[in-house]
Design a protein around this ligand. Structure first.
Ligand SMILES: *Cc1c(COP(=O)(O)O)cnc(C)c1O
Length: 409
């Protein structure tokens, strides 16, 4: 089948503006609150507390800075070993490295693609002294948060929840970003709610939140001059950025509904193909469906080889691979993306431990094996991909994308 390339590029996930953003930005301008103080910041901090159900929210320059301050509040020190999600964006892990910690990567589970509670339990057997766990909700899908929080509690470890991708998603009726002692969200340009940039630290510990606020403005002490007792950061949110976020926040539920409709259209469109959509716990969780992903059944994978920078594949009738699908989408002006490459496969982390539920780490056979899974992350990376998930994509455009994917088999 032949398709016409999209005249306007169909993006993975781009900002969706509504108009109020400009009004609040203009308010910052006309009132001359153009710095890191002002009504927009106060309002978005309050709105996010009400929305998420946390006691305090600290407006920061980005999700990464929120995670950095979370790690510091959790007491991470140079040389500490900490447990981290393996399949995630590197921003989950980098702040721990800034503090000199050694990340130990915990394998993913088949059920949600998030941190595997069984692998986390195994990791505490191997490294009983670990005191901090950083866990991300991948692509807007909540992890098994009850199990994760219970395991952390049992081992006396602090949980830091990276909810950068999962704003508005719930687990057993409770918002993600409230399960950790310290939690982070992001307003990066590709997230479900954006400020162009920006992020927040969420916590019920108001004293900790105030400490983070102080750190984020260069740790200035209460004195007539610049007085400092501890190291500081320039991490505070801008009042102009906060204006964009303030205009966006009322649309969170609308954006989630659009993303969910996209996910369901893909699911229906692919029902006769040997693929599955990114899975979630349908009983306990409601994702925000930030990105729709698919994973190709093992039997339907053609040969695919990836180096550190290139990919190639051998075409086979009736079979395909993420590389073929992504190249074909790009040819028609649509943007997909490989699954986030697992951290344990990244050259920078090649020496860091990796723990699977069978405890074999890097020696594990590649995945989804009978009776359990081992090195699930590299298997999802091998067979999965992120589909165009922009909430401005029309139904017709999405139908064409579905046909393009079908034509790869
Ligand atoms: C986007 C993202 C971040 C970082 O957010 P920034 O605002 O871009 O710094 C952190 N973790 C995950 C999982 C993300 O997707």
């Amino acid at each position: 089948m032949e398709f016409k390339p999209f005249e306007k590029k169909v993006y993975l996930s781009s900002p969706t503006m509504h108009g109020e953003e400009l009004e609040y930005m203009t308010e910052a301008y006309t009132t001359n609150w153009m710095s890191t103080v002002g009504k927009n910041i106060n309002e978005v901090e309050k709105t996010v507390c009400d929305l998420i159900g946390c006691k305090d929210a600290v407006g920061l320059s980005c999700g990464t800075s929120a995670l950095h301050l979370a790690i510091k509040l959790a007491g991470v020190k140079p040389g500490d070993k900490i447990f981290c999600s393996d399949v995630t964006f590197s921003a989950t892990v980098n702040p721990a490295v800034y503090e000199g910690a050694e990340p130990i990567f915990i394998d993913s589970e088949c059920d949600t693609w998030n941190m595997d509670p069984a692998a986390l339990e195994k990791a505490f057997e191997l490294y009983p002294d670990v005191k901090v766990v950083i866990m991300a909700n991948l692509y807007g899908t909540p992890a098994k948060l009850d199990e994760i929080t219970k395991i952390c509690k049992r081992h006396g470890a602090i949980l830091v929840e990276d909810a950068a991708e999962s704003l508005g998603a719930t687990y057993k009726g409770r918002q993600t970003g409230t399960f950790g002692t310290y939690n982070a969200i992001s307003f990066n340009g590709n997230k479900i709610i954006t400020g162009s940039s920006g992020g927040m630290l969420l916590t019920d510990d108001v004293a900790a939140a105030n400490k983070a606020r102080k750190w984020s403005t260069q740790s200035r002490e209460n004195a007539p001059w610049y007085q400092h007792e501890e190291v500081g950061y320039n991490y505070r949110m801008s009042n102009v950025i906060a204006g964009v976020i303030r205009g966006q926040l009322p649309y969170l539920n609308e954006h989630i509904a659009q993303k969910k409709a996209i996910y369901e259209r893909y699911k229906e469109g692919f029902k006769d193909l040997p693929v599955k959509m990114n899975p979630f716990d349908e009983i306990n969780s409601v994702p925000n469906f930030w990105l729709s992903c698919l994973i190709i059944d093992k039997e339907a994978m053609c040969k695919q080889v990836r180096s550190d920078s290139d990919a190639c594949f051998v075409k086979e009738a009736g079979k395909t691979c993420p590389t073929e699908i992504l190249e074909k989408l790009a040819k028609y002006n649509a943007e997909g993306r490989p699954i986030w490459k697992p951290m344990h496969m990244q050259p920078i982390f090649r020496m860091n431990p990796f723990v699977t539920r069978d405890g074999n780490g890097r020696a594990s056979t590649n995945a989804y094996i009978e009776g359990g899974c081992a090195d699930v992350g590299s298997d999802i990376f091998e067979r999965g991909l992120c589909l165009p998930s922009d909430n401005k994509m029309s139904v017709e455009e999405q139908n064409t994308i579905i046909e393009i994917v079908k034509s790869c088999f």
